[in-house]
Write a protein that binds this ligand. Structure first.
Ligand SMILES: [Zn+2]
Length: 447
């Protein structure tokens, strides 16, 4: 081993903290979900099926609207748009909570929802027909994805890091079933079959997780691609019918999510626009289409036992999805780049406490201790909304006390106080000595 490497390792050792843990406390029998399905429908504009909207062509003519009954149940955010209606970028916004995200940022440390789920013991799984790219695939423990965008000659691959037992086999089995869905079909029927395969595959993966790994929490990301492809290639009259097909094929996902207490996030990367009524081709990302509401508006419908139902009013952005997903999963929003805000859907509040050392934390209401825990990261979930608490925290040499009123989740980072810590100064001094000595040795070797 080179001397330089030894020095780097020495420095890392002296900086390393003692192992820090996470403690989670659930109060009042809160129905925390066992995981989540993030279901992204590529190119599904909410203009084409939300009751609030009428879709228009670029020339101002009114377009056809899909009749749906399954794609709106849950907490439905009425007004939410992508900042940038391009597949790769919009997927990056969804998973980072950052309105200026791109595919590169997805690969940065602690940039995505997957980094946070992984840190809290979740498995990340994905079934993606579109919207995956190298950094997105790298975030997954296992992903089944389409290597091309072709519905006529699809090419599916599996990439696995540390897949839970049996999941590779389920994905492989479903990969081989795709031709059975597509054979002897053409046009819109074939496009919908491609989506149905994605839905059924995702359902099978979720089912295998629930059955074979019942205590393992997971985040399953799904992208179905044929509504986008249909908008581009088949035209306006098939586009809205593809949405109706999705509505009738979607039930297996809805069913497993509601029966097995899995939070379901139904959304899209971007919408779709058409120049005229009956246009044979649509688009969303080119200059002609990119600023149209039909390209920008996306659906967001959340179904989870710990959220309220109904229509959520107000203006939101795609970057709000990631913080909202973390909140519903009772995970802290420590996304490094996020500028999105949590949409308050949860029917209780959670308190997240993070510190650089172990703390004894207690929650008090009217001089009565409600709960307590000890760790460097603590999550208290199931706290009643609009109630007041006193949060007390104590470590070896520090104390903290704050009165809080909870109208939504709260996050606390307990940082060291300003008192001089001679042990830290000594540690830094020793590191500098090691670096200086190392540099001198390297110089001598070179000379
Ligand atoms: Zn797309």
């Amino acid at each position: 081993m080179q001397l330089k490497n030894i020095i780097i390792i020495l420095i890392l050792f002296s900086l390393a903290d003692t192992a820090l843990g996470v403690s989670e406390v659930t109060l009042n029998n809160a129905q925390r979900p066992n995981g989540a399905i993030l279901f992204i429908v590529d190119g599904l504009g909410s203009s084409y099926y939300y009751p609030e909207f009428t879709p228009y062509a670029l020339d101002g003519s009114v377009l056809s609207k899909a009749a749906t009954s399954n794609l709106t149940s849950g907490a439905r955010v009425a007004d939410i748009e992508t900042p940038y209606p391009v597949t790769g970028i919009a997927h990056s916004v969804i998973v980072t909570g950052y309105s200026q995200a791109n595919e590169e940022i997805v690969g940065y440390p602690d940039a995505t929802i997957y980094d946070i789920t992984r840190d809290h013991g979740f498995i990340n799984l994905a079934v993606m027909e579109k919207g995956d790219f190298r950094n997105m695939r790298e975030e997954q423990d296992i992903i089944l994805f389409a290597e091309n965008n072709s519905i006529d000659e699809p090419l599916m691959s599996i990439q696995a890091k540390k897949a839970p037992t049996g999941i590779y086999e389920v994905m492989y089995d479903w990969k081989t079933r795709l031709p059975l869905y597509l054979d002897n079909k053409s046009g819109r029927e074939k496009y919908s079959a491609y989506n149905k395969w994605g839905i059924d595959t995702a359902r099978a993966v979720a089912e295998a997780m629930v059955k074979n790994h019942p205590s393992q929490r997971f985040l399953l990301t799904v992208n179905v691609g044929a509504i986008d492809s249909g908008g581009h290639n088949l035209g306006e009259d098939d586009y809205y019918k593809l949405i109706e097909d999705l509505d009738s094929d979607f039930y297996p996902i809805y069913e497993i999510a509601s029966e097995k207490n899995i939070a379901l996030f139904f959304t899209a990367d971007h919408g779709m626009s058409f120049a005229v009524k009956n246009a044979r081709r649509g688009g969303h990302s080119s200059e002609k289409y990119a600023s149209a509401h039909e390209s920008l508006r996306i659906p967001l419908v959340v179904l989870s036992r710990n959220t309220n139902q109904g229509v959520i009013k107000g203006e939101y952005g795609q970057e709000d999805i990631a913080p909202t997903l973390l909140s519903v999963l009772d995970l802290p929003n420590s996304l490094q780049y996020a500028d999105g805000k949590t949409i308050n859907l949860k029917n209780y509040a959670s308190i997240f406490i993070k510190a650089d050392t172990k703390y004894s934390v207690s929650l008090w209401s009217d001089n009565r201790k409600v709960s307590e825990g000890t760790d460097s990261e603590l999550i208290f979930s199931g706290l009643p909304l609009n109630a007041s608490f006193t949060l007390k925290a104590a470590s070896e040499d520090r104390t903290f006390e704050e009165r809080i009123s909870l109208d939504s989740d709260r996050q606390f980072i307990l940082s060291p106080n300003k008192r001089t810590n001679y042990r830290e100064i000594l540690a830094i001094f020793l590191i500098l000595v090691v670096i200086a000595a190392g540099l001198m040795i390297i110089k001598r070797i070179k000379d």
